[in-house]
Design a protein around this ligand. Structure first.
Ligand code: HEM
Length: 198
């Protein structure tokens, strides 16, 4: 995997294709989160935040991976795990992580698919941030991880999209990226299974 040139598929960029192929997976995660009614009360929000805490915590090692940072410069700074932890602290909860549960088993190009899902979730977060206002949470308190980047949410996303679209991948790696995205959505859905008390 390197950052030399991208490969367009059927007239679509890599990320356009990923978006299309994971549309129903995204919808089911969206439905799952909305069913939690996360913005009806702070207790509900906390249950959602706990899922984000696990997801972003597990993703941390992917954001930190040296080879991925070579291919996607600036990747490490994109992790929102610290913001999720700060949100938990704002709400008076311990953000200590139990690393023994549900590790992410992904390597090679599959990790790019996981990163697509995690980074892409920052787009939908614009809507969630607005809704968080109902329960008194915002970009400086409790909903920090839903805030856009100072450069602008869209611009920051497009930079990532260009970096990922620019990766030169062979057919096997291309499929691994797709598998990674599908697995990442499935992982997040799996987090809806009963959790130990928050
Ligand atoms: C209720 C919860 C959610 C809602 C309402 C929601 C909504 C949205 C919306 C409206 C977009 C498109 C934004 C735009 O194009 O400007 C989007 C993009 C995306 N969301 Fe979500 N989302 C939710 C949760 C999630 C979660 C939990 C994940 C990941 C685990 C996720 C992953 C993504 C990805 C990867 C994209 C980028 C799609 C692309 O443009 O390629 N979303 N979401």
């Amino acid at each position: 995997m390197n950052a030399v040139s991208g490969q367009a598929m059927a007239g679509m960029t890599r990320l356009e294709e990923l978006k299309q192929s994971t549309r129903s997976a995204h919808q089911s995660v969206d439905d799952m989160v909305m069913a939690m009614e996360p913005f009806d009360s702070r207790d509900n929000y906390l249950r959602f935040l706990r899922l984000q805490h696990i997801f972003h915590g597990r993703m941390k090692s992917l954001y930190a991976a040296a080879d991925l940072n070579d291919a996607i410069p600036g990747l490490a700074e994109r992790s929102r795990y610290d913001a999720v932890c700060a949100d938990m602290t704002d709400l008076g909860y311990d953000a200590d992580e139990d690393w023994s549960r549900m590790p992410i088993n992904a390597d090679g190009a599959e990790r790019v698919g996981w990163l697509y899902v995690c980074e892409g979730s920052s787009l939908g977060a614009a809507f969630l941030l607005k809704a968080a206002d109902k329960i008194g949470l915002h970009a400086q308190f409790g909903a920090r991880h839903l805030a856009g980047h100072v450069e602008g949410r869209g611009k920051y996303w497009r930079e990532f999209a260009e970096q990922v679209n620019g990766l030169a991948l062979d057919a096997k790696d291309e499929q691994a990226v797709r598998d990674g995205a599908v697995n990442a959505f499935a992982f997040f859905r799996g987090l809806a299974a009963p959790q130990p008390s928050v």
